[in-house]
Design a protein around this ligand. Sequence first.
Ligand code: GDP
Ligand code: MG
Length: 261
Amino acid sequence: MSFLNENDLSESQNKVSSILDDSKFSSKQNEASIEKKIYNFKVVLLGDASVGKTSILNRYIKKQFSDDYKCTISSCIENKSFTYDLYTVIKLNIWDTSGEEKFKSITKLYFKNTHGIVLNYDIHNRKTFESLNDWIKIIKENSNQFVSIIIVGNKIDLERNVSKEELNNFCENYNFLSEEVSAKNGINIDLLFQKLSKKMIENYENFEKEDNNKSENNNIDNNEMNNEDSKIKLSNSMNDDNKNFQNDNIEKKKDKEIQCC
Ligand code: GDP
Ligand code: MG
């Protein structure tokens, strides 16, 4: 049974546009001449088995959905870059979890250097909403205080057994972001990553302010970007974690590939 109307998708697209508008995307300056900050953020998808983590990732990256989706090794970590606003490019390195979630045995590897967490439940399956507290305990034990968290109720195309109000109350308690989405229909999927990215930038900048020991040399990295980004210089302040991030990921990916599926 479907509970979506045909305006839902365009509403979702409008919400994304409004975030972009807020971020000065409509400026008339010559975009090519502007030096952009590039943020590299690691994001982890968490939540009970079958809530739709892999489907959300697949919808976001490939714009596809399958009713019988099975995680493959190559889909466990995905990268996506997008222009957040005139001055900012965001590069997301998104980790799917598969198998481990049944036992909530997510290893510390997933949490290392993580900037954002998408904690998912299935609005049709109440048990997965009730699991959120357990997940938050695991996150608190393993993450730093600057990690950004968004609680995501997936499958809004199905009959709901968790109300929007319950989600809002839950998130107010913890001061988390929230969104309801459908990986199946693509509703609010881009929006959720936009919202999370906005929060990760804020938290990252706050972290920077509190990092009294940073030195000028460590802060600015003027490395030339690859061809695609050749006109863009990396001008954001990068902490040590972020600088080592790309190298670490090669090792993590090898490790992850062994664990996946
Ligand atoms: P994961 O275990 O959390 O990665 O969940 P999957 O992405 O493998 O999805 C589990 C099942 O839920 C699959 O059969 C998907 O097709 C289905 N599913 C995922 N997202 C949605 C959604 O938004 N709506 C509906 N109706 N089914 C979905
Ligand atoms: Mg999966």
